[in-house]
Design a protein around this ligand. Sequence first.
Ligand code: CP
Length: 335
Amino acid sequence: MRNFLTTSEWSRAELDQLIDSALQFKSAVDQPKLLAGKSVALVFFNPSLRTRASMQIGIHELGGNPVVLEPGGTSWTLEHRDGVVMDADKTEHVAEFVRVLARYCSAIGVRTFAALRNWEEERMDPVLRAFAKYSEVPVINLESAMHHPCQALADMMTIREKSGAERKRVVLTWAWHPKPLPMAVPNSFALGAAQMGHDLVIAHPKGYELDGELMARIQEQAAGGGGSVEVTNDSAAAFTGADVIYAKSWGSKQFYGKPERDIDERARYRGRWIVDEQKMARTNGAIFMHCLPVRRNVIVTDTVIDSPASVVIDEAENRLHAQKAIMKKVMSTEY
Ligand code: CP
């Protein structure tokens, strides 16, 4: 049995095969009913448009039945820690929740964002790992505290579709946002770009470094995949000659659990760390990417997101095809 928790548990060849499969799903008029008679649980601790709609629709188009559950809303509040005396607000433990669902469903997707309270705890992805620990069916990460691999696969597919399969100068740029956000999307995008052998540039202000252990894994993947990794605090320099601009905001590890301090720290970057026409003019005719949802004229100007360079809607569409490929793979008995 294989889970889809992060792309780093999948080889470059396997990721390429998943993208090939996603492109086949995209071009096929008739969809194979691979999930006929099967149900897939989709557990959402947090809000979603793209992930929830594309998973529900993807499962339906493959002939299966999506079962959406929202702990604390449409299902019981959930405890994930082992050995806890459950005398507070949590009604059910992941140990029972997941094992019961695994008796009904052929796979379990879970979305569980970072609470942005305790860095050392959350960087270990405790809720996602608890699901994987107890599940007897494949677990698909629909965005956890540290990773969003479905997004990353759709992103790598979009880069291949729009810019070709060759090595590209791919820039992940931090952007100002009024509040600190989780790091799952930048982590998974950087990891995916390194695995695919691109020349990855990560641009952010000082103090907004990604996790050290993850950066070591990104460096390792880049070295193995024939690409490179550069980290810069110079936004304008990063854009120069770029083929892909991927914008995302994230919070500082330094101020994790202290949002007011992060908000004060980042105030100086407002209007400076935004993707605008001037910066895009420095690129090598780059495409503009963002996972969405995006705050217009905060992360990116209207002129860029509405320009022909913007591929954000195709990128969102590709979530559907990429996730079908992931479900086909993890729910198959052949690896
Ligand atoms: N990009 C993404 O995961 O979108 P949602 O949060 O709307 O699912």
